[in-house]
Design a protein. Structure first.
Length: 222
């Protein structure tokens, strides 16, 4: 896991989390990032802890605090919305924001958690939910797929996934919100922390996203 570090200093680590690995251990057991945290201490007595969460199937930038003061500061930055987060997604179809060929826009749609005995829980757009806003722009498209860059301005559960579905273009490989079977094509591409000095990192696309991204015009610079 140490080979996946995107940034390291005395206060924090930024890790390129693999898709399919949960951040925290679940009730059913199985591997999680918690299994690797002791190895990421990297000489410090304190084991680093996640400052926020990523969905199990989302790859990319995950911030870990290495000290109690750093973890508290990072938690406050995330809670207050001061952290700039960039996501890449490959979606089925194209955004429908009222303009057929819109290249960018903002989704402002409140999100509410809803549970049923048959389907379990999911997030839905509902006026009674918490405010949620995501800016988006098209980076490329081909063969019924669109490559989007997304900037969530709030940090609600499944926000990017639900907002893409709300735009009429669910994320490829997201069966819960209409994107079909397969692996979730969602990457926490970049993160910028307003610390002193500022810290930023960028994660590469995971292997399972590269073919769809390339079809939409992405070119690997490495």
């Amino acid at each position: 896991m140490a080979t996946r570090l995107l940034h390291q200093d005395d206060r924090l680590l930024i890790l390129d989390k693999p898709a399919g690995l949960p951040v925290h251990a679940g009730p059913r057991g199985g591997p999680s990032l918690e299994d690797w945290l002791p190895a990421l201490a990297l000489g410090k007595r304190r084991i680093p802890q996640p400052a926020h969460r990523l969905d199990t199937d989302t790859a990319g930038c995950l911030v870990l605090g290495r000290t109690k003061p750093a973890l508290a500061e990072l938690g406050a930055l995330f809670a207050s919305g001061q952290v700039a987060k960039t996501y890449w997604a490959v979606v089925r179809g194209a955004p429908n924001a009222g303009a057929p060929d819109a290249a960018d826009g903002v989704v402002a749609a409140p999100l509410l958690k809803r549970s049923t005995a048959k389907e379990g829980w999911r997030m839905v757009v509902d006026p009674a939910g918490q405010p949620a806003s995501t800016a988006w722009r098209v980076l490329g498209a081909a063969d019924g797929l669109t490559w989007l860059e997304l900037h969530p301005r709030t940090g609600r559960t499944h926000q990017v996934r639900v907002h893409c579905a709300h735009l009429g273009c669910p994320i490829l490989g997201d069966p819960r919100y209409g994107g079909g079977e397969g692996r979730l094509h969602l990457l926490a591409r970049g993160i910028a922390l307003p610390l002193d000095p500022p810290v930023a990192a960028t994660a590469p696309p995971p292997p399972h996203m590269r073919a769809a991204l390339a079809a939409c015009g992405w070119r690997d610079a490495t």
